[in-house]
Design a protein around this ligand. Structure first.
Ligand SMILES: NC(=O)c1ccc[n+]([C@@H]2O[C@H](COP(=O)([O-])OP(=O)(O)OC[C@H]3O[C@@H](n4cnc5c(N)ncnc54)[C@H](OP(=O)(O)O)[C@@H]3O)[C@@H](O)[C@H]2O)c1
Length: 322
């Protein structure tokens, strides 16, 4: 029987990269997956539908659970659900905490999955590095979570909800995801592309020198998700896994901008370091949420399978920006 994968938030940044990779990895009719995805606010553009003609779109609202019934009727129980949907902009979460909680805690999704009975679906859920407080370097998965903003709080609440209500899951605490624009461009600002555009204009721009993250290449995140899914397809062993999902380097925004400038040949004197504390972004932001990714790299799940987790973070070539 063909395996079924459902991507919640498949029209978003990570969701589209995942759709692309899953669609491209179909080597033969035998390994073909049945793929569906959800969107929420606007119907997917033609470009997206044409690019992934076999992926079935469904409109779903995580706040109310509306739309899940039609997935049950036409697609049925998925073997894997990847939850990429969220109110993912921290300032928007701060402005509307109730909305943030009701989207980011996947209670409607898990209630729907529970309607099929046992946890025969693997749930791969995207969390964030912002579950950590940001007062030390290289957080490990078993360090205490202590978010400083609503976004982080909603993600911790989501993790707790999953622990309490589903028994087959992987929670991926992702750092900033960077990589090329999606096939059908997303409207939100992408970090490396933004740095590229301001530096290309020859504009002096301020960057924080005292906030640290472990940015990860989008295709590495996609690979991790695919390995988890393949593993479940092949051995059927349930997991309860929390993983820090970051790249290998702890970087400030200044350091990220310097790499972009180097790769693109811009003048690094355009980069003006400032303290994050000097700017009011309307939301608290954790200072150092760099992560220890030993578990990701050493975990036997990944040891053999992810050979190319980037050793150099941030674009190596122009292709990785555009
Ligand atoms: N991108 C990063 O750098 C980063 C870093 C750390 C963690 N993460 C996490 O990784 C996941 C994917 O991030 P992303 O950057 O791909 O997000 P994104 O581009 O902002 O996409 C968000 C998705 O959520 C959907 N959505 C929003 N409200 C919804 C609702 N009420 N019901 C159902 N779906 C709804 C959106 O659909 P519509 O567009 O149709 O509304 C969209 O598909 C998120 O959980 C995010 O928090 C991302």
């Amino acid at each position: 029987m063909k395996k079924k994968v459902l991507i919640i938030g498949g029209n978003g940044y990570l969701g589209q990269h995942l759709l692309q990779s899953l669609s491209e990895s179909q080597k033969s009719v035998e390994d073909e997956l049945l793929i569906s995805f959800t969107y929420h606010s606007v119907p997917p553009p033609q470009l997206l539908l044409q690019s992934f003609p076999k992926a079935i779109p469904f409109q779903v609202d995580l706040q109310t659970g509306q739309g899940f019934d039609s997935i049950s009727h036409t697609f049925g129980q998925p073997d894997v659900v990847v939850n990429c949907a969220a109110l993912s902009v921290p300032r928007a979460c701060e402005a509307e905490p109730t909305v943030a909680m009701s989207i980011n805690v996947p209670s409607s999704l898990i209630k729907w999955l529970s309607s099929f009975g046992e946890s025969n679906t693997l749930l791969i859920h995207l969390s964030t590095d912002q579950v950590y407080e940001g007062t030390k370097s290289f957080y490990k998965e078993d360090d205490k979570t202590h978010p400083v903003n609503v976004y982080g709080n909603s993600k911790v609440a989501a993790e707790e909800y999953i622990f309490a209500n589903w028994s087959n899951f992987a929670i991926l605490r992702s750092s900033i995801i960077f990589g090329p624009q999606t096939i059908s461009p997303v409207s939100k600002s992408l970090p490396i592309q933004w740095m590229d555009s301001v530096l290309a204009n020859g504009q002096e721009t301020t960057f924080f020198h005292d906030e640290f993250r472990c940015p990860i290449f989008v295709k590495d995140v996609v690979n991790i998700i695919q390995v988890l899914a393949d593993r479940w397809f092949s051995d059927g062993e349930k997991i309860q896994l929390v993983l820090n999902v970051g790249g290998p380097d702890r970087l400030s925004r200044v350091q990220m901008a310097e790499v972009v400038a180097r790769v693109r040949g811009y003048n690094t004197s355009l980069i003006k370091p400032v303290s994050a504390s000097s700017i009011d972004r309307g939301v608290k932001s954790p200072a150092d949420i760099s992560m220890d990714i030993t578990k990701l790299v050493n975990n036997t799940l990944f040891l053999l399978e992810i050979k190319d987790l980037r050793t150099n973070v941030i674009p190596r070539s122009r292709d990785e920006i555009h």
